[in-house]
Design a protein around this ligand. Structure first.
Ligand SMILES: [Zn+2]
Length: 132
């Protein structure tokens, strides 16, 4: 399942960022996953648990992952009507009846935030990722 690879990338990004902020143990990760991003939230959660065990030095024992779902939305390039697209990516405009919709939301896959602790004197460091 490619969620393993995706989660591996997420953890690499967090590791790199955490190192620059002297965060040594992660206790929460929050992702935004689009409904039509090709990543399954349940599979991502399973992947997270696997990586958590493999990287026990980097995660609190009860570290958790939160996944926010981004709703899918398409907009017709002809009449500007916005609507919920079908499961496939070819979206037919309900007004024009043409495959003239472009996806404007629902394909995201990003790290919203993570939290962890650093040295003893800076216990709870929260960080928001603004990029991606
Ligand atoms: Zn239309």
């Amino acid at each position: 399942m490619h969620e393993m690879a995706l989660m591996g990338e997420v953890i690499d990004i967090i590791k790199e960022d955490a190192a620059s902020k002297r965060i040594i143990k992660i206790d929460m990760v929050e992702l935004l996953v689009g409904e039509i991003s090709n990543a399954m939230p349940d599979a991502l959660k399973m992947a997270f648990e696997v990586y958590k065990e493999q990287n026990a030095y980097f995660f609190e024992k009860n570290a958790r992952i939160f996944i926010q779902i981004e709703k899918a939305l398409a907009e017709c390039i002809l009449c500007s009507k916005s609507y919920v697209p079908d499961n496939n990516r070819i979206s037919f405009c309900p007004v024009c009846g043409l495959p003239s919709g472009k996806i404007i939301s629902g394909e995201s896959f990003q790290i919203l935030s993570y939290e962890g602790s650093g040295d003893a004197d800076e216990s709870n460091v929260a960080h928001r990722c603004a990029d991606q």
